[in-house]
Design a protein around this ligand. Sequence first.
Ligand code: SF4
Length: 517
Amino acid sequence: MAYEAVWMKDPSKLNKIEFAKHEKDGLDVIRTIIEEYAHKGYDAIDADDMNRFKWAGVYEQKPRDGHFMMRIRINQGVMTSEQARGLASIARDYGRGLIDVTTRQAIQYHWLRVEQLPDIFKRLEAVGLYSFEACGDCPRTIVGNPLAGIDKDEFMDTTELVEQVNDYFLMNRDFSNLPRKYKMSISSSIYNNANAEINDLAFVPATKVIDGEEVRGFHAYVGGGLSAKPHLAQELDLFVRPEDVLKVAIGVTTIFRDYGYRQKRHHARLKFLVADWGVEKFKAKLLELIGDMPDAGENKIVGWKGVYFDGVHPQRQEGYSYIGLNVPVGRTNAEEFDQLAELADTYGDGKIRTTMTQNIILAGIADENVERVLQAPVLQRLSPKPKHFMSRTVSCTGNEFCNLAIVETKERARRVAQYLDDHVELDEKIRIHMIGCPNSCGQKHIADIGLQGTLVKTPDGMVDAFDIAVGGILGPDAQFNKALKGRVKGDEVGPVLAELVAFYKAERTDSESFHQF
Ligand code: SF4
């Protein structure tokens, strides 16, 4: 180990997972999977190693019968058509064809078996993709502006920066044992396209006049995160030049590694340290580690469009457009991925982009070819003009596959969106996020209407139900949604939301949008 594991000095402040992590680094499980478990099979996997599977990007699927889910890192949500084809072929051969787009722009498989993992790792690597550290107590997929490089509303193309930070941290054993998961966001979009406030560390566009010249760079936010105790990230009073982004990321991650809490798993994210220290102390510690930096300049975030891109839009490059497609509740498949790769090669820039709202963008389409792309069969389901509610519905995995889930979500969320589209007419689009437990992978807190799964007792026994919260938003007015009283049974969610939206429609004033209501 290249650094001193300072937290081991006081074992009384460590939970039992910390001892296992110290004994064998999470990354070591990748070799064990390839050399041992892939041959011996599921029943040979010991409990500590099963937990370490997360560092390989692999989780046990529900029910625990030998199947796994796997997450693939897609930096900033941008992949090549070759990578998309590689992902499709793995899904087809091993994952029953299913491909889910996650709320961190990653790709998720289901139905994998341990014997298949070495070949999957190999096939991913052949197209320059990795599942490693897509889960686990380590730096996860770096989210970013999926429109990087083509966005009229970004200050700079962040592609190289994201790659630089990713390449530094990926499989870096100095940072593979953090107190808990660690999420970074880097975007230069003035519309906060990478949800800065809900990340442990985020970089957002900023400018500062230095020696009489306006310099473009970033402001840094720290300590955001969701789950049962959600925190909005707080802005550090720092101006970060592009060439200093990696330095700041290393400094913040080092603070988390060395000072983050390791006693209780539910009190270990960076947000708790930031809340206890306050941003001033945090900044002072950071500067002690990385040296002096200029104070903040001007924050250039002007708003938040919910990270939605559906429809045809002009790019920064004149004569070219991008098309935002709706992936209903984030679920697509190998066949559609192949067709999208074909379209990207024939008419686009050869790339497929995933968004934090579980959708997909095709880009680099010459304006004269837009109509042809719109006629493609795959766009009849993955529509650029989806119905209102379907276009704004996000769902986590839920109890179809997730061992932590209390209720079913994905198919239910799709049915709720369809019900609302069939029964409610509204001139604005309301964002609905459904989650199956308090962990909030589906980012319930930032939705106009957030639905969190729970159970209620009825004369017929326990049934699925949901807590409803309203009014979440990010950007300059950032706030998490607030819980309404009462719980709604799972099969009543559609009609209850229809009533709620009808009430809003009747009572809102002209200038009021959902989060102000
Ligand atoms: Fe599973 Fe809960 Fe995350 Fe949904 S929010 S995917 S139920 S852990």
